[in-house]
Design a protein around this ligand. Structure first.
Ligand SMILES: Nc1ncnc2c1ncn2[C@@H]1O[C@H](COP(=O)(O)OP(=O)(O)OP(=O)(O)O)[C@@H](O)[C@H]1O
Ligand SMILES: [Mg+2]
Length: 257
């Protein structure tokens, strides 16, 4: 089981859009996938048409009084399950703070699911909190969407430094450009130059596209409702790069849709 987390300290950069589309693509390819929506805004939960309701709340899951397995919901798509979030997730940091070894908590909650899933995506809220630390400890690969500005590159350097300073497990980092506005010269320059210069920046990138915004109207991944669109192709490229980078073994071919 490989754990990917879409993470950035910044909000509104395309974390949820990536988590939703890459989860869908992984499932379509034949992997058994779980997407855990860790954000109280419940955007990923909404996009997969699941009710944002967790019995016992986030607290029950983190404390272990409710099983993670029992909270998992099916989506409309084969092999793709969702662990929804609800508004109680806004207090997840406080609950984690009261737990033993909070930074390891998510990892240990996910460990029993190893036999059931090949791929897990964690869709994180923005910020750098105890929850994010727990995500960093649990994840094999961090997928970091970056808006192509000089500051975003700084954010990536800060994250890289933080991860380098972690004890024990360190996730690998794959950043990718997100919401590229081709009309902006700076966007174009940075997003064309950086992938060639840095191994931690993906060659695949996601432009700003109204088709991607439409996901909240369709309530489905763009890769599902417009699989042949340029937007879907970009996410497919990103998924292939993330899959290879994480050394995820090929799925059994007879499982693909
Ligand atoms: N490539 C894109 N082009 C156009 N719109 C996009 C793109 N990616 C995401 N969006 C839109 O921008 C908004 C923010 O995207 P998203 O929810 O994926 O970001 P996020 O990083 O998860 O935000 P948050 O930090 O609030 O969780 C959404 O309305 C989404 O539909
Ligand atoms: Mg989000």
């Amino acid at each position: 089981m490989k754990i990917f987390a879409t993470y950035n300290i910044k909000g509104g950069v395309g974390k949820t859009a990536a988590a939703v589309n890459l989860s869908y693509l992984a499932a379509r390819e034949g992997y058994r996938v779980l997407l855990w929506d860790l954000d109280a805004q419940a955007a990923a939960t909404f996009l997969f048409r699941v009710r944002p309701r967790v019995k016992g709340g986030g607290k029950g899951l983190i404390r272990g009084t409710r099983s993670v397995d029992g909270a998992i919901k099916a989506t409309d798509f084969d092999r793709l399950d969702l662990l929804p979030s609800d508004f109680t997730y806004r207090n997840l940091d406080l609950v984690l703070d009261a737990a033993k070894k909070p930074a390891r908590r998510l990892g240990s909650l996910l460990a029993p699911l190893r036999a059931e899933y090949d791929v897990v995506f964690l869709d994180c809220p923005p910020g750098i909190t105890l929850l994010s630390e727990s995500v960093l400890q649990a994840a094999d690969t961090l997928l970091v969407p970056l808006i192509p500005t000089t500051l975003s590159v700084r954010t990536l350097d800060q994250l890289t430094e933080f991860v380098a300073g972690m004890n024990g497990h360190r996730p690998s980092i794959l950043a990718f450009f997100s919401m590229i506005d081709r009309r902006k010269r700076l966007h174009k320059e940075i997003s064309e130059q950086l992938p060639a210069q840095r191994a931690d920046v993906a060659a695949a990138a996601i432009p700003s596209m109204s088709m991607i915004e439409r996901m909240s109207v369709e309530r489905a991944p763009v890769t599902a409702f417009a699989p042949r669109s340029p937007a879907a192709r970009r996410y497919a490229e990103l998924w292939q790069e993330a899959r290879k980078r994480s050394k995820l073994p090929e799925p059994k071919p007879d499982d693909a849709w």
